[in-house]
Ligand binder design. Structure first.
Ligand code: PLP
Length: 397
């Protein structure tokens, strides 16, 4: 193995410099712990960016990947392959959607959903093509998804943006009603905004948007890329909100449990895509869907989302105790194990680097906000360790 510095030199020389990386070079992971080239362990409260909901190198998933690798990795979707079908069935059996298309990432899942919505507009709404999304959302980095993502810093270098997306305030039905016009074919929102600062909507927001969509015959689409697969305490995030059933739902991140896998799913009435309308060479690949099928099976059979609910409550309570001790914390918010800690100073960067020195990986989602998204099977002791590290840092501010 090369030295840590040699790996960093390789990165500097050969990799496109689109991100300022954290110092450790990580080589292994098990459960909530990752280890770097120098043998240092870190508690991973980023879970590979809300991907490893079952933790790193989960035995059941790893075995499924190994077994599948020895059988067949890839065919085109012109042919039947088996793991994608068992994962599609698990998704449909445990949700309110009827049909699934697999792709490779969250951005692609939202692209697919947007194509479906435009086809809906073409067939049912005289060619309506516009999709209403929200400010502070995050839907991915493709050309179209940058327009869907309501955050100027993801958009400004790439103007003019792709037409057909309107960004309105989150948690504000009135703005959706006002943005609606004859060209609108759908609304696309996150059940809880992740990247935008862990924003939890009012309890009746999603349902009222859904009702509005129904009244106008436009599609109610939920981006569950970050909230799906147990993160909020139910298998799909929308299941935490009474009376909510999306027409279209997108998934990625934890769907493949570390293998690159996304999906867009729809109810039968709006499954308007026909042969030739959409496709993907790798989408539904046998290896990635074998990983996803194993992860979903394990998650459902062992009721992992329930753990997220329980441990999430425990972690929110622990952070709230910190808030009552340290005035610098102004709000703790979230759902399940998607938790944000807001502060009255822009010190997230400092907190992230000090945490790293003390063996904890966390994410600064805003200059004044830390996001926690550990594996859903994180132990309460690991949560305690993380909280103690955060407290030891806050003491100095
Ligand atoms: C809600 C949401 N949608 C879409 C995406 C984009 O997913 P990907 O990075 O896999 O394209 C993300 C990524 O963070 C996300 O959080």
């Amino acid at each position: 193995m090369k030295s840590t510095q040699e790996y960093k030199d390789l990165e500097k020389k050969y990799y496109m410099q689109v991100v300022n990386r954290m110092p450790p070079v990580l080589v292994t992971g098990k459960g909530t712990v990752v280890t770097d080239t120098e043998g240092n362990d870190y508690l991973d409260f980023t879970a590979g960016w809300a991907v490893l909901n079952l933790g790193h190198s989960h035995d059941f998933v790893t075995k499924a990947i190994k077994d599948q690798a020895g059988k067949i990795l890839q065919m085109s979707n012109l042919f039947y392959t088996t793991p994608q079908l068992s994962l599609a069935k698990t998704i449909v059996d445990n949700s309110d959607v009827d049909r699934v298309f697999f792709c490779n990432s969250g951005a692609e899942a939202n692209e697919g959903a947007s194509k479906l919505a435009r086809k809906w507009g073409k067939k049912k709404l005289n060619g309506a093509f516009e999709i209403i999304t929200t400010l502070n959302s995050f839907h991915g980095r493709t050309q179209a998804m940058m327009a869907a993502t309501g955050q100027p810093h993801y958009q400004d270098n790439w103007r003019p943006l792709m037409p057909g997306f309107v960004n309105v305030e989150y948690n504000n039905l009135k703005q959706i009603e006002e943005a609606y016009n004859d060209n609108t074919c759908a609304v696309l929102i996150e059940p809880v905004q992740g990247e935008g600062g862990v924003n939890v909507p009012d309890p009746d927001y999603l349902r009222s948007v859904q009702e509005f969509c129904k009244s106008k015959n436009i599609l109610f689409m939920l981006d569950e890329v970050q909230t799906g697969m147990g993160r909020l305490g139910t298998l799909f995030g929308y299941q935490r909100f009474q009376g909510v059933e999306p027409d279209v739902m997108t998934l990625a991140k934890a769907l493949g449990s570390g293998a690159p896998l996304g999906a867009f799913c729809s109810k039968e009435f709006c499954s308007v895509l026909e042969p030739g309308d959409h496709g993907s060479t790798f989408g539904g690949n046998a290896l990635t869907t074998a990983s996803g099928a194993a992860a979903a099976e394990f998650m459902v059979e062992n009721n992992i989302p329930e753990l997220s609910l329980e441990t999430g409550k425990y972690m929110m309570e622990s952070l709230s105790k910190l808030m009552s001790k340290y005035q610098i914390i102004t709000e703790v918010r979230g759902m399940g194990l998607l938790i944000g800690m807001e502060m009255n100073k822009e010190i997230s960067g400092d907190i992230v680097s000090k945490s790293l020195e003390k063996g904890l990986l966390i994410n600064a989602v805003r200059p004044n906000m830390i996001r926690f998204m550990p594996p859903l099977n994180v132990s309460k002791q690991e949560v305690d360790t993380a909280i103690n590290i955060i407290e030891s840092i806050l003491k100095d501010f």
